[in-house]
Design a binder for this molecule. Structure first.
Ligand SMILES: [Zn+2]
Length: 147
Protein backbone atom coordinates (compact mmCIF):
# COMPACT_ATOMS: atom_id res chain seq x y z
CA UNK A 1 0.00 0.00 0.00
CA UNK A 2 2.99 2.36 0.33
CA UNK A 3 3.28 2.32 -3.48
CA UNK A 4 -0.37 3.30 -3.61
CA UNK A 5 0.29 6.18 -1.23
CA UNK A 6 3.07 7.42 -3.54
CA UNK A 7 0.75 7.06 -6.55
CA UNK A 8 -1.98 8.93 -4.67
CA UNK A 9 0.11 11.75 -3.15
CA UNK A 10 2.13 12.50 -6.29
CA UNK A 11 -0.92 11.94 -8.54
CA UNK A 12 0.94 9.48 -10.75
CA UNK A 13 -2.32 8.38 -12.36
CA UNK A 14 -2.43 11.69 -14.26
CA UNK A 15 0.13 14.46 -14.62
CA UNK A 16 2.62 13.38 -11.99
CA UNK A 17 3.65 15.98 -9.41
CA UNK A 18 7.38 16.36 -8.87
CA UNK A 19 7.12 17.84 -5.37
CA UNK A 20 4.74 17.63 -2.44
CA UNK A 21 5.13 19.88 0.57
CA UNK A 22 5.10 18.21 3.95
CA UNK A 23 3.17 20.26 6.51
CA UNK A 24 5.87 19.88 9.18
CA UNK A 25 9.01 17.91 9.93
CA UNK A 26 8.42 15.34 12.72
CA UNK A 27 11.77 16.24 14.35
CA UNK A 28 12.60 19.94 13.84
CA UNK A 29 8.95 21.04 13.35
CA UNK A 30 9.84 23.37 10.44
CA UNK A 31 6.92 23.76 8.07
CA UNK A 32 6.55 23.42 4.30
CA UNK A 33 9.23 20.75 3.85
CA UNK A 34 9.49 19.95 0.11
CA UNK A 35 9.40 16.24 -0.73
CA UNK A 36 10.97 15.84 -4.16
CA UNK A 37 9.87 12.65 -5.87
CA UNK A 38 13.22 12.18 -7.63
CA UNK A 39 14.98 12.28 -4.22
CA UNK A 40 12.77 9.62 -2.66
CA UNK A 41 14.73 6.54 -1.53
CA UNK A 42 13.76 2.96 -2.37
CA UNK A 43 12.27 2.78 1.12
CA UNK A 44 9.85 5.63 0.36
CA UNK A 45 11.72 8.09 2.56
CA UNK A 46 13.00 11.62 2.10
CA UNK A 47 15.30 13.88 4.10
CA UNK A 48 14.33 17.14 5.80
CA UNK A 49 16.00 20.11 4.13
CA UNK A 50 16.41 21.77 7.56
CA UNK A 51 17.62 19.09 9.98
CA UNK A 52 18.47 16.24 7.60
CA UNK A 53 16.33 13.71 9.46
CA UNK A 54 14.66 10.88 7.59
CA UNK A 55 11.04 11.61 6.68
CA UNK A 56 8.65 8.80 5.86
CA UNK A 57 6.09 9.15 3.10
CA UNK A 58 3.44 8.37 5.71
CA UNK A 59 4.38 11.59 7.53
CA UNK A 60 2.10 13.37 5.02
CA UNK A 61 -0.74 12.25 7.31
CA UNK A 62 0.61 14.60 10.00
CA UNK A 63 -0.07 12.03 12.72
CA UNK A 64 3.19 13.03 14.46
CA UNK A 65 1.62 16.43 15.18
CA UNK A 66 -1.08 14.77 17.28
CA UNK A 67 1.25 12.66 19.43
CA UNK A 68 1.28 14.15 22.90
CA UNK A 69 4.18 13.87 25.38
CA UNK A 70 1.77 12.96 28.20
CA UNK A 71 -0.95 10.99 26.40
CA UNK A 72 1.30 9.30 23.86
CA UNK A 73 0.02 8.11 20.53
CA UNK A 74 -3.50 7.18 21.71
CA UNK A 75 -4.90 10.36 20.15
CA UNK A 76 -4.07 9.27 16.62
CA UNK A 77 -5.88 5.93 16.58
CA UNK A 78 -9.13 7.35 15.21
CA UNK A 79 -7.32 9.25 12.44
CA UNK A 80 -5.22 6.20 11.65
CA UNK A 81 -8.23 3.91 11.32
CA UNK A 82 -10.17 6.31 9.08
CA UNK A 83 -7.13 7.04 6.93
CA UNK A 84 -6.34 3.34 6.45
CA UNK A 85 -9.92 2.67 5.35
CA UNK A 86 -9.72 5.46 2.79
CA UNK A 87 -6.29 4.46 1.50
CA UNK A 88 -7.55 0.89 1.07
CA UNK A 89 -10.25 2.29 -1.25
CA UNK A 90 -7.58 4.20 -3.17
CA UNK A 91 -5.50 1.00 -3.33
CA UNK A 92 -8.39 -0.92 -4.92
CA UNK A 93 -8.96 1.92 -7.41
CA UNK A 94 -5.26 1.90 -8.33
CA UNK A 95 -5.21 -1.86 -8.83
CA UNK A 96 -8.36 -1.80 -10.95
CA UNK A 97 -6.97 1.02 -13.11
CA UNK A 98 -3.80 -1.00 -13.57
CA UNK A 99 -5.46 -4.34 -14.34
CA UNK A 100 -8.71 -3.51 -16.13
CA UNK A 101 -9.98 0.10 -15.97
CA UNK A 102 -13.35 -0.83 -17.52
CA UNK A 103 -14.17 -2.69 -14.30
CA UNK A 104 -14.58 0.64 -12.51
CA UNK A 105 -17.94 0.98 -14.23
CA UNK A 106 -19.11 -2.30 -12.73
CA UNK A 107 -17.94 -1.99 -9.14
CA UNK A 108 -19.78 -0.40 -6.26
CA UNK A 109 -17.55 0.77 -3.46
CA UNK A 110 -19.18 0.86 -0.05
CA UNK A 111 -17.51 2.50 2.91
CA UNK A 112 -19.01 2.62 6.36
CA UNK A 113 -18.54 6.12 7.76
CA UNK A 114 -17.68 9.53 6.36
CA UNK A 115 -15.56 9.93 3.26
CA UNK A 116 -14.10 13.16 4.63
CA UNK A 117 -10.60 13.54 6.02
CA UNK A 118 -10.75 15.23 9.41
CA UNK A 119 -8.28 17.37 11.36
CA UNK A 120 -4.75 15.84 11.13
CA UNK A 121 -5.43 14.14 7.83
CA UNK A 122 -7.56 16.96 6.37
CA UNK A 123 -4.80 17.78 3.86
CA UNK A 124 -5.57 14.46 2.12
CA UNK A 125 -8.77 15.97 0.72
CA UNK A 126 -6.77 17.64 -2.04
CA UNK A 127 -5.20 14.49 -3.56
CA UNK A 128 -8.50 12.63 -3.07
CA UNK A 129 -10.39 15.36 -4.93
CA UNK A 130 -7.81 15.23 -7.73
CA UNK A 131 -8.19 11.45 -8.00
CA UNK A 132 -11.99 11.58 -8.04
CA UNK A 133 -11.96 14.37 -10.64
CA UNK A 134 -9.60 12.28 -12.76
CA UNK A 135 -11.95 9.30 -12.50
CA UNK A 136 -14.98 11.42 -13.38
CA UNK A 137 -13.18 12.81 -16.40
CA UNK A 138 -11.68 9.67 -17.89
CA UNK A 139 -13.42 6.61 -16.50
CA UNK A 140 -17.18 7.12 -16.22
CA UNK A 141 -16.80 6.96 -12.48
CA UNK A 142 -19.92 7.76 -10.50
CA UNK A 143 -19.97 8.70 -6.87
CA UNK A 144 -23.16 8.04 -4.97
CA UNK A 145 -23.19 9.10 -1.38
CA UNK A 146 -25.72 7.36 0.83
CA UNK A 147 -26.62 9.20 3.98
ZN1 LIG B 1 13.52 18.62 10.08
Amino acid sequence: MIATLRWFIFQEYDISLTTKNLASCPVCRNTGIPLHLEKMTNDYTFFCNHCGTEIFLTDVFRLHEAIDEELGAGGILGYLMTTLEQIILVHFIRLILKIKPALLEEILFVKDGPLAFFEQTANMHSPMRSLVNFLFKYHNFYLNLLT
